[in-house]
Design a protein around this ligand. Structure first.
Ligand SMILES: [Mg+2]
Length: 111
């Protein structure tokens, strides 16, 4: 499945459970705070994970796996809001990503 198919699935879900995209300014206000909240949830787990690691360096435990599992869930939440925002913007993710990658290749080119 490619990313445009994920966008399509998310749009179908949103239209079924929330309603048609109207692209009102308040939609972007909600979505920007929602995705920032999910990034915050991810960062909070990372913070707690590294706090724990300071106490027991090099030990892989069930607790570590729980943190990693929670990080995965939160980054998928971020991805979900990313898809919703991309749909609201009619963003061609593949094209935009490849353009950004080309810019970054020039920007970070090794001397
Ligand atoms: Mg979350």
């Amino acid at each position: 499945m490619d990313i445009s198919e994920f966008k399509k699935l998310q749009k179908e879900f949103d239209e079924e459970y929330i309603g048609p995209y109207e692209r009102k300014p308040e939609d972007f206000l909600f979505l920007s705070t929602a995705i920032a909240g999910e990034v915050g949830e991810f960062a909070n787990i990372v913070k707690k994970y590294y706090r724990t690691k300071e106490k027991k360096v090099g030990v892989a435990s069930d607790e570590d796996r729980d943190y990693i599992s929670d990080m995965k869930k939160e980054i998928i939440d971020v991805f979900t809001y990313f898809l919703i925002i991309a749909n609201h913007l009619d963003l061609d993710i593949e094209e935009g990503y490849l353009e950004n990658l080309a810019r970054n290749r020039k920007r970070f080119k090794k001397m």
